[in-house]
Design a protein. Structure first.
Length: 156
């Protein structure tokens, strides 16, 4: 039995092995192939408050900028929170409540969570992953990354 346990432990890979990470350097991840993946978090302005002309202008500037940056992978993250468990709790509380005033307050809390969810429905964040080749030193990658960060973050 002891040998089977030892074999299982040897077969287990760490998370670092599974994602192919060799090392973490500043805001870059050095992968086993020698490449570096550097990440920039972009939280854009709320587009709901901008005019369509302003939105078009920002999209055009971003497109032009990205053409000069090179290969960039984007991950879109939904940054809104879920209030469903809070709403279910309040709904159960409201059902058990005998005092009408407290029932009304529970209902208002439920409606508040609905309003928050609607206002946050368009909350997005973007994670830009920039790839640097094996040939580039950490200093070169860092210099190019800071330049690209300035370019990409001007669209916040």
């Amino acid at each position: 039995m002891r040998k089977a346990t030892d074999k299982n432990q040897k077969k287990r890979k760490s998370v670092q092995d599974l994602i192919g990470a060799a090392a973490i350097e500043d805001s870059c991840l050095a992968v086993s192939s020698g490449e570096r993946l550097c990440f920039i978090m972009i939280t854009p302005v709320n587009l709901n408050v901008l005019s369509s002309i302003n939105i078009s202008s920002r999209i055009t500037k971003m497109t032009d900028t990205l053409e000069n940056v090179g290969t960039v992978d984007f991950l879109c993250l939904n940054s809104s929170q879920s209030y469903d468990s809070n709403k279910h709790y309040l709904a159960k509380l409201k059902e058990r409540e005998t005092n009408d005033t407290l029932r009304d307050l529970d209902q208002k809390d439920i409606e508040f969570f609905d309003q928050v969810r609607i206002s946050m429905a368009t909350s997005r964040e973007f994670l830009a992953a920039l790839r640097f080749s094996v040939k580039e030193t950490a200093e070169t990658a860092s210099s190019r990354l800071s330049k690209r960060k300035r370019i990409l973050t001007m669209f916040k």
